[in-house]
Design a protein around this ligand. Sequence first.
Ligand code: URA
Length: 274
Amino acid sequence: MAGGPFYSALKWQIEAGADEAIGETPVDRFAEAPPSPPPPKVRPPAPPRQAAPSAPRAAPSSPPAAPLPAADPASQDAKAIAAGAKTLEDIRAALEAFDGCPLKRTATNLVYTDGNPAARIVLVGEAPGAEEDRRGLPFVGPAGRLLDRMLAAIGLDRSSVLITNTLFWRPPGNRNPTPAEAAACLPFVERTIEIVDPKVLVMVGGTAAKTLLARPEGIMKLRGQWFEYSTPAMARPVPAMAIFHPAFLLRSPAQKRPTWRDLIEIRKHLEDSI
Ligand code: URA
């Protein structure tokens, strides 16, 4: 039977989110020299604010969120590569070859899309978790199972939707992505939406909503409203709505009631746009 101090230390690390080996050789941190004292704090000059040139516009209008670092070389590469993709398979192949997102180095699998590339509805979630990373498919863990039930409640399933995420590789221990990691994935998310050209875009959770709408409000304010999502390459904007993330609904079941209303509204919009 498992036990002893080594097992307890390992279990503690896994519970704290350190569930991935990121190097081949173990490092004994206790044997290392103690860290040198931190340098005196100097406030760096404020960087110039720069609007992302391909940032999608969203209505109704209010001050946009701080833009992702568009000048980052990896995100510039990503933009050029994504712009050349004509199909979702082109994007998948480009992501398999892309080395501009450091998350790829710690992830097990690329997690790109699941569902129907000709769907009338695209759902964009946040990031793959442990189960998604193992299987290479989005939303296949506990939150994904609830998302399937939410879709079923309005007559949809994975054959009638396309599901993707704002990140295509799992952040180690499910930590928040850095702005550079998010910026390296964003052009591929945008290009995916452009190629599918859906009738409705659903942003699943606050991260997807903030990333795609480039707005400062949180999910509590953004959910349940219609926005217009567009990129410079799109012929017309797509109606877009944010909903609560199913992982949040698992923790806060009381929020299922407003989510049900949002899902009905999405269903109605799809029916009206036939
Ligand atoms: N949560 C997400 O946002 N996406 C996934 O793919 C899984 C969990």
